[in-house]
Design a protein around this ligand. Structure first.
Ligand code: PEP
Ligand code: MG
Length: 565
């Protein structure tokens, strides 16, 4: 009624533009075939054509694009899908009908599982269904010519539609359905395109060409704004761009509060490319290297040499700056074929993180040896890598990892101390931080998991996405307790979960005692700029007040009213 639709943040930012509706017109398919041999040949040719197209672009683009293409190729080569389509063709159906039915059967089966990672795959399957049907019909790709400043509206946007769009003209997108962790959301974030999902059907009744203000961070899409609203958005956008540019210009200066407290701003990494982005954006090291990238989507685990050379490449890209390598965090829903983890009813509460490492200690030993083999650049003193253990729930687990680390050090003749820290991701670890900090060299809060466990809300459930906010006072109290426990033993506390990249949280985290923030590389300059504008004493006062709020909204309002941002 007020011209504002509410949605869920999928990729951050603010955009002003004009509506362009992408109709996902269904491709007509005839049911009956013209002979099994003819139809099968046609299907195989269409699959080849799509495969060739995907392979031709396989080496291009960033990690997100590559992952999506790999997922598409895997489905294209899925023997069950093909067998299902072929059996329908053998029963007299057309190639298109057979392919569509096979894909839809798969989609239904995945949806029935109710697992979020599986649900993400549904996007990929539907996308692939379309690509193959178009190839069968001899149609070329939809070359949508978009005017600059387009804000795309769709029921659900397909990854290939966004990949095919020119980021120079797409200002943002908003979908009626979809989840915040879908491939298309990850892609939008990588392309720097603000996006909202789950706006509901009203988003589809917006006429083409309507002026829109898409405030992804605020979760709102304003339709046909009046002149004052438009002007305010333009001023906000210009302000943001100016702030961003100024922060980028100062990205390589240290982050010191107005009253002289040095905060380390690091970046999270998962590849050499991320490490280069970290350096470019002034990050002072990497506070979290997610090593899963080396372990997923393969039949056997990487051996010690392969791991050592990958970690070395990332360490080199960081030019000798500190690198905190997290031991393998698979299990649960991040499945690896060579880890025969039995089916679990609650994967988030199952065999994952350090529990997997201690269940298969030879994998842990290999990984620790590989990390110990990383050599820092000549002339630098001490090792470049620290080691961090995910999903710790009690001190015993840290002791068990340390025992394996000591063994690995002995084997390799390493005598220098190597720091071993823990991630605080479980409520158990947060409330016993004083016990854990007695033996952990540092603590880093993984707010993504900590929030999911403290609030008992699945971090990937789109229905809960709007309520899973790490600024919930319950999560903040856990972080406060972590800092108090660490302080007893003189250990430093960092944050490497998503909250570190939220500048609304920066003053509260500093006020609670956090001294290291590991953010996404792109936001590191803005986090540094935020730190420089803060006063630690004021942050401490703000943090005390934040702990006494009753909701994350109230915490955000408190920050806004105290600091104006
Ligand atoms: C976290 O849980 O906050 C974290 C940093 O780890 P991941 O997102 O990889 O689970
Ligand atoms: Mg985690």
């Amino acid at each position: 009624a007020d011209g504002v639709l509410k949605g869920v943040l999928a990729a951050p930012g603010l955009a002003i533009g004009k509506a362009v509706r992408l109709a996902s017109s269904d491709i007509a398919v005839r049911e009956q075939g013209e002979g099994a041999a003819h139809e099968e040949t046609a299907l195989l040719a269409a699959l080849d054509k799509v495969r060739a197209k995907i392979e031709a672009s396989a080496s291009k683009g960033d990690k997100a694009r590559k992952a999506i293409r790999a997922a598409h190729l895997a489905f294209l080569d899925d023997p069950e899908l093909l067998a299902q389509a072929k059996s329908l063709i053998a029963a007299g159906k057309s190639a298109g009908f057979g392919w569509r039915s096979a894909v839809r059967g798969y989609v239904e089966a995945l949806r029935a599982l109710g697992d979020r990672r599986m649900a993400e795959r549904v996007d990929d399957l539907i996308d692939l269904e379309r690509q193959v049907l178009r190839a069968l019909a001899g149609e070329d790709d939809e070359a949508t010519i978009l005017p600059p400043g387009s804000i795309l509206l769709a029921d659900e946007l397909l990854p290939s539609q966004l990949m095919g769009a020119d980021p120079g003209v797409v200002a943002g997108f908003a979908t009626a359905r979809g989840g915040p962790t879908s491939h298309v959301a990850i892609l939008a974030a990588a392309m720097g395109i603000p996006a909202l999902v789950a706006l509901g059907g009203a988003a589809l009744s917006i006429a083409d060409g309507t002026a829109l203000i898409l405030d992804a961070d605020g979760g709102s899409l304003r339709v046909a704004p009046d002149a004052p609203a438009l002007e305010a958005a333009q001023t906000a956008l210009a302000g943001r761009q100016a702030r961003k540019a100024a922060a980028k210009a100062a990205a390589h200066d240290p982050a010191i509060t107005r009253d002289g407290t040095r905060i380390e701003v690091f970046a999270n990494t998962g590849s050499v490319k991320d490490a280069l982005a970290a350096i470019e954006n002034g990050a002072e090291g990497s506070g979290l290297l997610r090593t899963e990238f080396l372990f997923l989507d393969r039949q056997t685990p990487p051996d010690e040499d392969e791991q050592a050379s990958q970690y070395q490449a990332i360490a080199d890209a960081l030019q000798g700056k500190p690198l905190i390598v997290r031991t393998l965090d698979v299990g649960g829903d991040k499945a690896a074929p060579y880890l025969p983890i039995p089916a679990e009813e609650n994967p988030a509460l199952g065999l994952r993180g350090v529990r997997v490492s201690l269940w298969r200690p030879h994998l842990l030993k290999t990984q620790l040896r590989a990390i110990l083999r990383v050599v820092p650049p000549q002339g630098s003193k001490g090792g470049q890598c620290k080691i961090m253990v995910p999903m710790i729930a009690s001190l015993d687990e840290l002791r068990a990892v340390r025992a394996v680390l000591e063994e690995a050090k002995r084997e390799l003749g390493v005598t220098d101390p190597v720091e071993l820290g823990v991630m605080i991701e479980t409520p158990a670890a947060a409330v016993t931080a004083d016990l854990i900090a007695a033996e952990a060299d540092f603590l880093s809060v993984g707010t993504n998991d900590l929030t999911q466990y403290v609030l008992a809300m699945d971090r990937g459930n789109p229905e809960l996405a709007a309520r899973i906010d790490a600024l919930h006072p319950a999560v903040l109290r856990m972080i406060a307790q972590t800092c108090q426990g660490a302080a007893k033993h003189g250990r430093w506390v960092g944050v490497c979960g998503g909250l570190a990249s939220d500048v609304a949280a920066t003053p509260i985290l500093l006020g609670l005692g956090v001294t290291e923030l590991s953010t996404t590389a792109a936001i590191a300059p803005e986090v540094k700029a935020r730190v420089r504008a803060l006063d630690l004493l004021a942050c401490q006062e703000l943090a005390v007040k934040a702990l006494a709020q009753t909701s994350p909204e109230a915490v955000r309002a408190l920050v806004q009213s105290t600091l104006g941002a």
